[in-house]
Structure formats: structure tokens, C-alpha cells
Write a protein that binds this ligand. Structure first.
Ligand SMILES: Nc1ncnc2c1ncn2[C@@H]1O[C@H](COP(=O)(O)OP(=O)(O)O)[C@@H](O)[C@H]1O
Ligand SMILES: Cc1ncc(C[n+]2csc(CCOP(=O)(O)OP(=O)(O)O)c2C)c(N)n1
Ligand SMILES: [Mg+2]
Length: 304
């Protein structure tokens, strides 16, 4: 250590040590973590950017929670239990770092996810927009785990939860609401880990939603070379979005599971049947029998 007291980086890593109990983390004192894997490992990474994924004034504890939850949602879609997380963190002021650590600790405990390591860097100037990332590793219940490409004609199409819950929460946060039940789906989404694992024996294709049901469904249809016929009235919608169904289906940030089941198979988790898989036609999606109107966004896409 140079200088007198600990740096922001050293203080932050010291605080992280209290959250990194897994022996593989080596007390966050080594160059790298060590995993003893038997069988397949699933790996995913998601980045979050201030102003893109969260509002500047939000509680950093919620930001930490959502970073963990959005990554674990990808693991859930591959039927995994989490076996390790690696955090990429940009330091803020002391209060920001402290609240982030609090939310991180809550999420690690809630989802039984071991923190194994990561990296901590300074911001280039005070109040620079933050960029944070997380890598998540998981062990799937099934090998190979389900893919986005595993949908076949004749299967039924299902989704967990209610679309539009995150948009309703986002608008409430923007409006300064302190209604925690309304804002929670945006601030603190809960990854469908138990559902993903319970679906392992029976599921066909599976993916997690993040960019909006319509865009993600069209990606799954494309990946599997099929067409998805969705009956939009069957999609559960958050009551606050009752009159804005199309937005609820395309805004995104609802970390739910979209999956297919063999025709006639019973669904082992709480989910809604929203349509069926057809042989590939001219379009990836049919909504109530017709392709979506051109020019209306299907979901959230970066860089446009
Ligand atoms: N910068 C990158 N480097 C390597 N692979 C990437 C990068 N960005 C995205 N991918 C890969 O592209 C695929 C689609 O990514 P994405 O749309 O972000 O998936 P998800 O919605 O599940 O996070 C994934 O396999 C992901 O790993
Ligand atoms: C401040 C703010 N504005 C807008 C949104 C909406 N939004 C931003 S990114 C995104 C989609 C999910 O993020 P992405 O990086 O595409 O996740 P991935 O698909 O890689 O899991 C949504 C719905 C938000 N979450 N927060
Ligand atoms: Mg991604």
C-alpha cells in the first residue's frame, strides 16, 4: 500500500471480503478464484450503465440487486443453480459504495449465490456515469441445458409472471413514488431460479425475457427456425398497464422465463400458456394471426 490510509479500492475490497465466504474466493486475496466443477458449467455476463439501466438518483442497493438478478435470470433460463459471481465495479463516493455493498449482500443471500471475485476501478472524473458488470456461473440441472434453438412445431409456448410490471415500476420510480410493491419489479426483480430448475425435465426451448416479450419471442423463433403464434389476450399483463398492452409486451426489463413444452405436457410451474410453435413461415411472430405491424418496436435494442 502506498500513501497513508487505505484507498477507496482497498476499503471496498475489504468490505467485499465479508460477503465472499466461499473457499473458492480465497478470501479475495489471490489473483483468481478456484472452482471445482463436475459436469457442465454455464457462463453469462451482463453490464449495467447509469442512465441506461437505472436512474441516476436511485438507491445503489437496488442497482446491486438488479445487477445480480438480471444475470441470475440468464442462469435460470438454462436450469442452473448459481455457483459463482465475478463483479466489475466502478467506485462512486463512499455513501454510494456502502449502499451498493448492502444491496449486493442482500442479493447474494437471497439467491444463495457465492461471490468469487471481480475487479474494482476508479471513475475517470467525479460523477462520471457508472458502468458495472457481473459474470455469473451456474450448474445446469440438465446437460445440455435448454437452448433458444430448441423450439419445434407443435409445442406450446409459455411465459411466467406478468408483462409490464417493470414498466409500471419504472414510471412509479420516475414519479417519485414510495409504493414499494409497485416499484419492486423495476428496482428488485426476482430471477426465476426455482422455476428454471423445475422445468429441466420437460422444457423444450427456454430463454429469459429482458428486452420485451415480443422481441425476445421473435429471437427464440428465429433461433429455432420456427414461427411463434401468440394470442396476446392470453399474456398476463400488469394491471397498471391494462390499457397499454402493446407497451407492456415490448418495453422490457421483466425478468421472466419464456419456454416451450411438448404439446399436451403439463406445466410444472406457475406460468401462462400464450401460444404455440408453428413450422417456419414468412415471419418469426404472428400476433393473433397476423405479423406485427412494421415500424412498431418489438422491444428494447441498444444503439438505435
Ligand atoms: N461483448 C460481447 N462479447 C462476447 N459475446 C457477447 C457480447 N455481447 C453479447 N454477446 C453474446 O451474444 C449473445 C446475445 O447477447 P444478449 O442479447 O446480451 O443476451 P441476453 O439478453 O441473454 O443478455 C449471448 O450469447 C452473449 O454472450
Ligand atoms: C433509466 C432506465 N431507462 C430505461 C430502462 C429500460 N431498459 C434499459 S435496458 C433494457 C433492456 C435490458 O437490458 P439489456 O442490457 O438489453 O439486458 P440483456 O438483454 O443483455 O440481458 C430496458 C428495458 C431502464 N431499465 N432504466
Ligand atoms: Mg446481455
Amino acid at each position: 500500500m502506498s500513501g497513508s490510509g487505505p484507498s477507496g479500492e482497498e476499503s471496498f475490497i475489504a468490505a467485499l471480503r465479508a460477503l465472499a465466504h466461499d473457499p473458492g474466493a480465497r478470501g479475495l486475496t489471490d489473483d483468481a478464484a478456484v472452482l471445482h466443477a463436475s459436469g457442465a458449467l454455464v457462463a453469462t455476463h451482463d453490464t449495467m450503465v447509469e442512465g441506461v439501466h437505472w436512474l441516476a438518483g436511485q438507491d445503489p442497493a437496488d442497482v446491486a440487486w438488479k445487477l445480480v438478478a438480471s444475470n441470475l435470470s440468464d442462469l435460470a433460463a438454462k436450469t442452473c443453480r448459481p455457483v459463482g459471481l465475478l463483479l466489475s465495479f466502478m467506485l462512486g463516493d463512499e455513501a454510494w459504495n456502502t449502499r451498493f455493498l448492502a444491496g449486493l449482500g442482500e442479493a447474494l443471500a437471497a439467491f444463495d449465490a457465492p461471490l468469487l471475485g471481480g475487479d474494482t476501478v476508479s471513475a475517470p472524473f467525479p460523477d462520471a456515469p457508472k458502468v458495472i458488470g457481473l459474470t455469473a456461473l451456474g450448474q445446469p440441472r440438465r446437460d445440455p441445458p435448454p437452448s433458444r434453438a430448441d423450439a419445434t412445431a407443435g409445442q406450446s409456448l409459455w411465459v411466467t409472471g406478468r408483462c409490464g410490471a417493470a414498466l409500471a415500476g419504472f414510471e412509479a420510480v420516475q414519479a417519485g413514488s414510495d409504493d414499494h410493491a409497485l416499484t419492486a419489479p423495476y428496482r428488485r426483480p426476482v430471477p426465476r431460479l426455482a422455476e428454471g430448475q423445475a422445468l429441466a425435465p420437460v422444457v423444450g426451448a427456454m430463454m429469459d425475457l429482458s428486452d420485451g416479450l415480443l422481441l425476445d419471442a421473435s429471437r427464440m423463433a428465429d433461433a429455432s427456425g420456427t414461427t411463434f403464434a401468440i394470442e396476446t389476450r392470453l399474456v398476463p399483463i400488469h394491471p397498471a398497464l391494462g390499457r397499454r398492452r402493446r407497451e407492456a409486451l415490448s418495453w422490457g426489463d421483466d425478468y421472466e422465463l419464456l419456454f416451450t413444452l411438448p404439446e399436451g405436457a403439463a406445466c410444472p410451474v406457475d406460468a401462462a400458456r400464450i401460444g404455440s410453435v408453428l413450422p417456419r413461415g414468412a415471419h418469426p411472430l404472428l400476433l393473433d394471426g397476423s405479423p406485427p405491424l412494421a415500424g412498431q418496436p418489438l422491444g428494447y435494442r441498444h444503439g438505435i
